[in-house]
Design a protein. Structure first.
Length: 285
């Protein structure tokens, strides 16, 4: 069978996606969820989230992109290289998402992180190519696509454009680039300036995402644009989710060890958080 790794990944992902459509409880168990990963140690979600998709168009778009780029890597470099790049990129995208959304009520699914990693790896493992994006009538140079992808994903992540896991895309793409570098450094450094430009931009974006999760640095053109309104709402929800997460931690301690194990500062914090989250409502849980 030609392209066994590419076909196997597509078939496995398609079957799990179909099963998740039919069994919502299975889908809920497989999706990326920071709370379940960190609180209940369900680290397998960082990989299984790449096996389920929101709908068939979501799956087909990822499948087409993966097939187009993945088969070329497998043909030239073998199944092992493709598998290492793909799996590592899914985990890399999940890791970045976990760092950014570790205190959020957040869920995501799909193989986009792995697909982005494969695309970025192929850009440097198979240099000189061009990428066709309908309806553009000409091919876009691979390095230009890489830079454009990073910039647009970064803007999308900061402005919360669409129901898209931009951080997983970025994390997967960067990991795919690093894995390709580690496995075949001579090929990557055959185009050193292109590589350094993409890697440098990737590092800058990664540092901003990790060290500025609260969006202290603003990138905006209008103070009243829809994107900024969404960003403000997102930041408010994020702050609330942090408080809920901290209160859950304290309540778990009470449940397991008893209220007497709380320190004076923890008791004050629990009381303050309860008032901030629920106010003085008599119906609060």
């Amino acid at each position: 069978m030609q392209f066994p790794a590419t076909i196997s990944i597509l078939v496995l992902t398609g079957l799990v996606t179909l099963a998740a459509f039919r069994k919502p409880e299975l889908r809920e168990r497989l999706v990326f969820n920071p709370y379940e990963i960190l609180r209940h140690k369900q680290f397998d979600r960082m990989l299984t989230s790449g096996l389920v998709h929101a709908n068939w168009p979501h799956f087909l778009f990822n499948a087409f992109s993966f097939c187009f780029f993945g088969r070329n890597i497998e043909l030239i470099y073998g199944a092992k290289t493709l598998l290492v790049v793909y799996v590592s990129s899914i985990l890399g995208g999940s890791l970045l998402s976990l760092m950014i959304h570790r205190r959020d009520d957040y869920r995501s699914l799909g193989a986009s992180g792995g697909v982005c990693g494969v695309i970025f790896a192929s850009i440097f493992l198979l240099p000189g190519g061009a990428i066709m994006i309908p309806p553009i009538p000409f091919g876009i140079p691979a390095y230009a696509y890489a830079i454009g992808f990073l910039v647009l994903s970064f803007i999308g992540q900061r402005r919360h454009i669409g129901n898209i896991g931009h951080d997983a895309h970025l994390g997967g793409a960067i990991v795919g680039l690093l894995i390709a570098t580690a496995m075949y450094p001579s090929l990557v450094f055959a185009a050193p300036w292109m590589f350094l430009a993409v890697l440098g931009l990737s590092v800058v974006i990664l540092l901003v995402l990790i060290f500025d999760p609260g969006h202290m640095l603003e990138f905006r053109w209008s103070n009243r644009s829809p994107g900024n309104e969404r960003s403000r709402e997102y930041d408010e929800n994020r702050a609330r989710n942090r408080k809920i997460s901290e209160m859950d931690r304290l309540l778990d301690k009470v449940s397991k060890e008893g209220v007497g194990k709380l320190s004076e500062s923890e008791r004050k914090k629990l009381s303050r958080l309860s008032k901030e989250i629920y106010g003085n409502r008599a119906d609060r849980p």
